[in-house]
Design a protein around this ligand. Sequence first.
Ligand SMILES: [Mg+2]
Length: 370
Amino acid sequence: MKIKSISVYEIVSPFPQGYRLSRGRKWTSFESTIVAIKTDAGLVGWGELQTVGANYLPAFAKGAIAAIDVLGPQLIGKDPLHLDRINYFMDHLLYGHPYAKSAIDMACWDILGKATGMPLCVLLGGRFEGGLDLMAAPYFGSKEEMLALTQDLREKGYRRLSVKLGGDVAEDVSTLRAILENAQPGEEFYADCNRGWTRDQALRVMRQIRDLDVYIEQPCASYEDCLAVRRRTDHPIILDEIIDSPEMVMRIIADDAADLINIKISRVGGLTKARRARDMCVTAGIPMTLQDVGGSGIVQAAIFHLAQSTPKEFRHSVFDPLSVVSDPLTDAPILVRDGAVVEASDRPGLGQDILPGSLSDPIAVYGERG
Ligand SMILES: [Mg+2]
């Protein structure tokens, strides 16, 4: 099989109320890059990456488009079924920029699933029993706003909640206490400052909430600061934004630096590398939150298949991108049900295709048009 063409689409999903994180970061829209890879066998694979905003991770939408412009022409004629080889080739052509490679890798996995008639979770290791406990995030705001947002997500069925904190010690402690005091049976909470605390701030917050049953997520910006904080607290620690590769997961395991690891598919470079990172965590006995930065039904499908192929005791929660962006763009999005426990699709590949008419014209096409 050969790649015949790669089409690139730009998507902007408005978020007028503003998605807020620590240190004053705020975004009123999310930019996604969607790719469609067509093969000489008539198959179409879909892939997507979202960056939230240019100051969330070392990734931005225009960067993804520029990187795909380097990769796209070179991938025409290559066999999309050889996933590790495709990744090896992309790393040879372009150093770094894992987020951009993720969309291409995802589309090739979709093609592999469609070519073999198997859902991705089978190809990623097999369908493990049990549903996926979905996670959503009350984003940063005043205590009252965050209590209301938490209640809204709770009513939708979410039982795993990543509470976004702002970086002010007194405010963060007060918000966390208010939300945790109202916790319902079966709910679990992550206190996520998204790199927003300095070491001393993190330690002061943790001292003041020592009685609360909550995970502390990515407290500081640098790995060294997170490690320093981790060595001085008895709260379970989650690392998230810092995890940019399977190599980083290997280092975290060696340093005993986290109790739970968040794997974002595009952050580590795609499903191929996310699977590698996932398998290391399983081997080391570290549970995960399987996730991505965000996206439409395409990213949702990729996350759910990766999670469904992970043993149940190692998937602490699974991020639902459709808890943020409400238009799935796809024909078979998985909608949250009571308890927010769902299963990955049974259809071949990702199990979701972009609905005809939901994309504008491509901004770039490599290979044969049409
Ligand atoms: Mg996080």
